[in-house]
Design a protein around this ligand. Sequence first.
Ligand code: CIR
Length: 255
Amino acid sequence: FEFTHALCRLPAKSVTDGLRATDQGDPDPLTFVAEHAAYVSALRDAGCDVTVLPADDAFPDSVFIEDPALALNGTAIVLRPGAETRLGEAAALRPALVENMNDVIDLRTDGYVDGGDILCTDTRVLLGLSARTNQRGAEDLRPIVEALGYTLEVLQTPPEILHFKTESSLLDATTVLATPTLAGSGAFKGLNVIETAPKEEAAANAIRVNGYVFLSAGYPKTAQRLQDAGYNLKILNTSQAALVDGGLSCMSLRY
Ligand code: CIR
């Protein structure tokens, strides 16, 4: 959770076509750009040197830059996103990874892995199988992760959850924030869990960046739990990302 850099991509106008499980209306691209700008500022305030890539209209969900790649200890691993409309995002992102990160490794697989299904601690990579990430992708990722000095633990994301990290985030070396559903699945052995408050499940898509925990606005009870546990919060609006099932972790690669 200590980072010097982050990579983001501006939301495209085509974000109105972004994937979503339940339609609650399209995001408004201009409001999305404003919320994204506040997010980038917060990353900078937290001490990250942020590179913002141009919008890519060919891919409506490309603002969710965390899904096509994994940043692990300064190395970028180009993944293979599991949604058909997002598969090409990995190749489109690759040149920026080459330019900005120490090393780039391609996940060679005919399976799938979305970055949103991967939660990393200092030593462990927890990967949740989901509708976007399958066993084949996980097994092909394993040697890459192990060569970088991490263990890979393959878990099952409960079926109603889009991504493993839709409902969990790392708060510090030994603590995660998670929904009761995901915590109850037994995914977090060896870690302390702070659960989101009732009706505040969406708060779990948070991020720890250096001295701060970024939390979406609108979840006061979960915010109180985190404050009581001693975390410094930055509260950010994610109303537009939420309309297309996105949140705080999906909008940056941190390294
Ligand atoms: C999708 O369904 O792929 C996007 N609309 C949302 C992706 C959110 N990413 C994430 O949770 N890591």
